[in-house]
Every structure is written in C-alpha cells, then in structure tokens.
Design a protein around this ligand. Structure first.
Ligand code: HEC
Length: 248
C-alpha cells in the first residue's frame, strides 16, 4: 500500500466517523426497503441525483476556487434546489411527484448531498485560497459515506484506477466494470441485478474534456490536485456510479 493511499484511507475513515457523529447528533429516520419491482427505477433515480450533484459541483468550480471571494453562497439549500432542477431536466419528473418509495430514498440522497455541502462550508468560503479540492468526486464520495451510516443505501464512484481507497471496486463492481469496458456494451447504459436481498446498479462514467486536466495525459504527471494523472483520453470509461440498497 503506498503512503498516498494510506493517507486517503485514514482521512476517509476520519471523515466517515465525523459523518456518523453528525448523523447521530441530528437523528435521521431510517429508510424503508424498496419493493423489488421499483428497484431498478429507484436505482436509476439515485444515480441521476449523483450525476446532477456532480454536475453542479463541476460547474461551480470557478466560484468555489475564487481566491478573492469569501462567502460563496454555495449553500446546501441552493445546491439542493439546483439538484432538483437538474433532476427534472434529466428525467422530466419533479422529485415531489416520484412514487412514494422512490421519493423517500431520493430525498435521503439529496439530504446527504446537502450534508456534504454543509460540512464543507468553511473550506468553500475560505478567502485567499484558490484550488480547494471540493470537486465532484469528493462530493460524490462524501454523499455516499454519509448515506452509508444513515439509510442502508450504498453509493460509490468506483473504478479500476481508484485514487481513493473508498472507491475501490468489489467483486460485483469489477464484473460490471468489465462489462462496461467491452466494445459491444452500449455506451452509457446502466446495469442492474438483484444480488441476494440487495439491488445493485452501476451507471458508467466517461472522460470528458473537463476531466483531462486532472485525469488526462501524460500518465504519471502531476495534476492541479497534486495527484498523478491516469492518462485517460476523451470517451474512455472512467468508472461508474455504483448503487446498492436492500429490497423486499
Ligand atoms: C481538479 C482535478 C479533477 C478534475 C477536473 C476531475 N477530477 Fe476526478 N478526481 C480527482 C481527485 C483528486 C479524485 C480523488 C477524490 C477522492 O479523494 O475521493 C478524483 C476521483 C474521481 C473518481 C472516483 C474514483 C477514484 O479515483 O477514487 C471519479 C469517478 C472521477 N474522479 C471522475 C471524474 C470525471 C468523470 C471528471 C470530469 C467530468 C473528473 N473526475 C474531473 C480530481 C479531479
């Protein structure tokens, strides 16, 4: 294990503990399990929320990393409203109009996303600092870590070339990532399956122009986050959003 991975693993553990303490302090209700017949739809909605939230964090990088500005107004409430607007754009449906089971779970994901934004307010509003490291991947990981302690919904952004140990694929995720890598697999299509009492679903993520400055070429060079670039090209499979929750 290299020291970078050890360090991120330690930070991840500390973060999870902090999230759990926060969760315990605020007392969230547990989630009901989702009916088998609604599982696929619910999994797709959860992935949509993560995609929407990642997009919002991405499009606000200029604001978040503005060293001149203190208070950015990038509040949990604003982010939640933007996630809901983007979700409607993507699915044609209001979160409020989803079938009750899906709605409850989707709302839990939005609440966890808000919690991540809330926990990062100090970092985001720091004046005199440029790159702050509150990027889509961190937003997505934290949202998953918060939910894990909260609702039996597991969300991960997983990949074979993981930077953060938390994102390491398990056996099922490896199997599906391999499927996504196959040239015959339809680009962009999610894949879901019942595994025991859980529904598991992965949605592929591909490299876009905006990702290249950190994940592009040359492989091994240092990115603005101080990490090693993977050497991806536009259109390469970067990984997947992985969702798992119990069904009845
Ligand atoms: C400013 C640099 C930067 C940019 C731009 C960036 N990433 Fe990342 N990415 C990172 C860092 C740093 C991590 C590790 C985050 C963590 O510790 O959880 C990461 C992690 C990830 C992960 C989780 C898997 C892992 O490696 O642990 C995915 C998936 C991902 N990035 C996809 C993307 C995609 C897709 C884009 C473009 C839309 C993108 N990233 C743009 C820096 C960046």
């Amino acid at each position: 294990m290299n020291s970078r991975i050890e360090k991120t693993a330690l930070l991840t553990t500390l973060f999870t503990l902090l999230a759990l303490v926060t969760v315990a302090a605020t007392g969230f209700a547990g989630c009901k399990s989702v009916n088998k017949k609604n599982a696929e739809e619910t999994a797709r909605y959860i992935a949509d929320i993560i995609v929407a939230g990642r997009g919002i964090v991405a499009s606000n990088q200029g604001l978040i990393n503005d060293p001149q500005k203190g208070d950015k107004g990038f509040t949990p409430e604003k982010v939640a409203a933007e996630i809901k607007a983007k979700f409607k754009e993507m699915t044609g449906t209001d979160v409020a109009d989803l079938p009750p089971e899906s709605r409850e779970v989707v709302q839990q994901v939005i609440d966890a996303a808000m919690m991540s934004v809330k926990m990062n307010q100090k970092r985001i509003n720091q004046k005199g600092k440029g790159y702050k490291g509150y990027i889509p991947a961190v937003f997505g990981r934290e949202t998953g870590q918060i939910l894990k302690g909260r609702c039996n919904i597991f969300i991960k952004q997983t990949t074979f070339k993981y930077r953060n140990a938390y994102n390491q694929p398990d056996a099922f995720e490896k199997k599906v990532l391999k499927k996504f890598e196959s040239p015959d697999y339809p680009k962009g299509k999610g894949y879901g399956e019942l595994v025991g009492n859980n529904y598991r679903y992965l949605r592929p993520i591909y490299i876009k122009d905006a990702c290249l400055k950190c994940h592009g070429e040359p492989a091994g060079s240092t990115d603005p986050a101080g990490r090693k670039r993977e050497g991806y090209k536009v259109g390469d499979l970067r990984g997947a959003i992985s969702v798992m929750f119990p069904v009845k």
